[in-house]
Design a protein. Structure first.
Length: 83
């Protein structure tokens, strides 16, 4: 009988969440840098991009963390009899 695929480990999930936070901040900051150079509104583009990246990244981090906590709490627990 084939085994069920194992869910991602906690380390892999946490690494992914951290990477998404960094990617959001860096991505929005780079867009803000482009806006600064293109429209000459320095430093407002970078500051607004940084703020949007932080807000969006933190929103995603909190959402994913709550989902992981919910899944961990609802997972069936093995007993000694189940082996």
């Amino acid at each position: 009988m084939p085994e069920e695929p194992k869910p991602r480990t906690n380390l892999a999930r946490l690494s992914g969440i951290g990477f998404e936070l960094v990617a959001a901040v860096v991505g929005f900051t780079l867009v803000g840098l482009w806006v600064d150079r293109h429209y000459g509104v320095s430093p407002w583009g970078v500051l607004i991009g940084l703020a949007l990246g932080l807000v969006g990244g933190m929103y995603n981090l909190i959402r994913q963390s709550l989902l992981a906590t919910r899944e961990a709490g609802s997972a069936p627990k093995k007993t000694d009899r189940e082996g």
